[in-house]
Design a protein. Structure first.
Length: 54
């Protein structure tokens, strides 16, 4: 996804990622905007973990 975002950013598109904080540095380094998911969605026992268990 980051490779594709770089291509789009080079063409002056605005790119934002809504994801976990673990990806923040890589996303911001690519030039895209980082939007953090609420911790309740990504934490162990959160809504996301319950709906999509390993």
């Amino acid at each position: 996804m980051l490779a594709i975002s770089r291509i789009l950013l080079d063409d002056n598109h605005e790119i934002a990622f809504l994801t976990g904080i673990a990806f923040r540095d890589r996303i911001e380094a690519s030039g895209a905007q980082f939007l953090a998911l609420p911790p309740t969605l990504i934490s162990t026992g959160g809504i996301f973990s319950r709906r999509f268990p390993n």
